[in-house]
Design a protein around this ligand. Sequence first.
Ligand code: CA2
Length: 141
Amino acid sequence: MKILVINGPNINMLGIREPEIYGSKTYSDLVELIKKEADSLGVEVKFFQSNHEGAIVDEIQQAYGKFDGIVINPAAYTHTSVALLDAVKAVGIPTVEVHISDPDTRDEFRKISYIRQACVATVKGKGFDGYIEAMKILVNK
Ligand code: CA2
């Protein structure tokens, strides 16, 4: 099984500020954690992080026919991007939305998720472990 793990804008800055919301670990720590768990699940993973909406759309499109699942934390694009929603719908790859924090309990504008309606599940508020849970959801599907 091949899973594409996509992270959106500013996820590469994790661990630098707002540790009370996102923890003190970095994006590299996140990648290492997921790799370790993927190995034990026998899953092949590819990582992609971008601050650019179009680059994320391109990455989702190129996953068509190549990946069995997508784990995505669209970060701020969660709350703004119809383009990401359409991309996930277009490729039809089972996708799980992940958030480190629980955006539904934060600012009003974070309560909207466009991508959610194209996702098989949402995991939120579980820190980095949410990515592992998302991977397991895809494996068990
Ligand atoms: O909780 C999540 O995973 C989010 O997707 C993270 C996004 C935020 O816009 C979403 O509402 C919820 C933010 C990503 C990282 O932002 C940073 C902010 C300060 C310092 C480092 C990263």
